[in-house]
Design a protein around this ligand. Structure first.
Ligand SMILES: [Zn+2]
Length: 200
């Protein structure tokens, strides 16, 4: 981690505290498959992040969750509370809801907007994060929601080779019109690494 990144973490934590956000930074033992962090503005403001040992990945997660906070702080229309909170809640209950695709699209939009904020922060604070790689991962998540909806669960990340998957994702943010159009290569890779194994 470079000095800029260390300074940024201090700056971000101060910003969160100044807005009365409760902060939980977890150690590696809490690492889970599904989520390594979240920011919630539902009832109480809450920022949770697993910083762990794998510095680069963890810093990306910290940055991503902080960018959700920025969406809240700047009253972004992508973070307008009710509708998005509902979308996350309903979508991740995986009850085969009627509006699954609508919620999927809302989540894809809010997540991509968050990552665009994150990339601006990487540039502004000259953070030690590879922007191309960050955007590839962001695109990977956007496309993954299609698979999540199909499987009706978040797949076990153990079966996914993130690097291989990211290599086939573009290094520019995908357009909204492409959110639900998965390239053959992507589907092929998912087929191999995930769909088969996650059924076992
Ligand atoms: Zn997010």
């Amino acid at each position: 981690m470079n000095d800029n990144t260390n300074r940024f973490i201090g700056y971000a934590i101060n910003d969160l505290l100044n807005h009365n956000v409760s902060i939980t930074l977890r150690s590696k033992k809490y690492l889970r498959d599904i989520t390594d962090g979240w920011f919630s503005s539902d009832k109480k403001l809450k920022f949770v992040c697993n910083l762990g040992d794998c510095k680069d990945l963890r810093i990306s997660i910290f940055l991503h969750e902080y960018s959700h906070f920025i969406q809240w702080k700047t009253k972004s229309h992508y973070w307008i509370g009710e509708e998005y909170n509902n979308a996350y809640q309903e979508y991740f209950e995986f009850k085969g809801i009627e509006n699954q695709l609508k919620y999927q699209h809302l989540i894809q939009e809010v997540e991509q907007d968050c990552d665009k904020i994150a990339v601006n922060l990487i540039k502004k604070h000259m953070l030690d994060i590879d922007i191309d790689q960050y955007i590839r991962e962001s695109n990977w998540y956007i496309w993954m929601y299609n698979i999540v909806s199909e499987l009706n669960k978040w797949p076990n990340m153990r079966y996914i080779n993130m690097q291989e998957m990211c290599n086939i994702c573009p290094k520019k943010f995908i357009e909204k019109s492409r959110y639900n159009r998965l390239p053959a290569k992507f589907l092929h890779q998912i087929d191999k690494t995930l769909l088969i194994k996650s059924k076992n």
